[in-house]
Unconditional design. Structure first.
Lengths: 203, 144
């Protein structure tokens, strides 16, 4: 089984990983927001509703479990979702799942807002408040790092970050320099391997 | 359409002027007060700019229509919806829209001209006024 940071076997059954890969992986050429070029686009938005009924949506529970475990270890003041450049999607759409299991304010950080008081939606942060950031895909970690700097500017601090898929392109290292541990549920390599295996089975 | 004027922009002039006029719903009740403003005409203007942009052929028309559309999107993203309310910051916003109405009227009268200096001057004013408004609102809300 490919190694992941979550390390919980139930979330890494071949069926589930294949389902997530089939739903979320899209082979295409695209530009990364922070520079660079990608070949496999990870579209987590496709999980919601999972129209092909492959059962991939239940992988979101792995995120919930991860979040609960982090919150048990160190008290958090809020959970923060970051609005992407392309719009308010990504993990924000799954916030109801977190609301059911974590009794914390769920805030949305909107880095592009020019009015400072509108940057954080859903609540305010007091000086020293610890938060955990949840994001769909981590690549270089720069988006989370920028959000962390913004949260610091608003008075809080990011104590941890969780991504659904980590591409293994430096996010852990970038965030490590800021003392922000990054946990992820799946790695891009794991999803690609699952997709490859599915293709071989179909041939 | 005069010599050197862009035909599409000549048509679009009246769209801008109409939106600028419709921004002011009611004149001020007393001297020194602000008029009642609605930003709905700006949304229609932005949609129209997008529509014109799809058929625009000249670089000049494309430039102005794109600039107008993107600017208005930014204004809507930042000054409409869930901006925390404070009477002083709200007045600040209203003043910006009153100035914008005046500047858009001036822009509409020069947009089609071959000489771009006048419309560029108007845009410097519009963008500067927008940035100052955002700064002022941030200062006001920080003190709330």
């Amino acid at each position: 089984m490919p190694s992941t940071t979550l390390g919980q076997e139930k979330w890494h059954s071949p069926e589930l990983v294949r389902a997530v890969a089939r739903v979320c992986l899209k082979n295409s050429e695209y530009e990364l927001v922070r520079g660079g070029h990608g070949r496999s686009f990870i579209d987590v938005d496709e999980l919601y509703g999972d129209k092909r009924d492959l059962g991939a949506e239940k992988a979101l529970d792995a995120l919930v479990e991860k979040l609960t475990s982090i919150c048990k270890k160190s008290p958090m003041r809020a959970v923060v979702f970051v609005e992407r450049d392309s719009g308010p999607v990504g993990m924000i759409a799954a916030r109801h799942r977190f609301a059911e299991h974590v009794d914390l304010p769920l805030l949305t950080l909107r880095p592009r807002k020019r009015i400072r008081k509108a940057v954080l939606k859903g609540g305010e942060l007091k000086p020293g408040d610890s938060v955990v950031i949840i994001t769909d895909v981590s690549t270089t970690g720069e988006t989370i790092a920028e959000a962390a700097r913004m949260i610091l500017d608003l008075g809080g601090r990011v104590a941890a970050a969780i991504s659904f898929v980590d591409r293994g392109s430096g996010a852990k290292e970038t965030l490590g320099q800021m003392d922000i541990p990054l946990e992820s549920v799946f790695s891009e390599t794991e999803l690609q391997a699952a997709e490859h295996a599915s293709m071989q089975d179909n041939q | 359409v005069h010599s050197g004027q862009d035909e599409l922009l000549c048509r679009f002039r009246s769209v801008i002027a109409a939106a600028a006029d419709a921004l002011i719903v009611r004149p001020p009740e007393k001297e020194g007060a602000l008029p009642e403003v609605t930003i709905a005409p700006l949304r229609r203007l932005q949609e129209q700019a997008e529509r014109y942009l799809r058929v625009a052929k000249s670089p000049r028309a494309r430039f102005w229509l794109f600039l107008l559309s993107v600017f208005l999107q930014d204004v809507f993203y930042n000054l409409s919806g869930d901006v925390p309310y404070a009477a002083e910051s709200h007045a600040c916003q209203q003043r910006f829209f009153v100035e914008l109405a005046r500047d858009l009227r001036e822009f509409s009268s020069t947009i089609a001209d071959e000489d771009a200096v006048q419309p560029l001057n108007v845009w410097q004013r519009i963008v500067s006024s927008y940035c100052e408004t955002v700064t002022r609102i941030n200062d006001i809300l920080a003190q709330e």
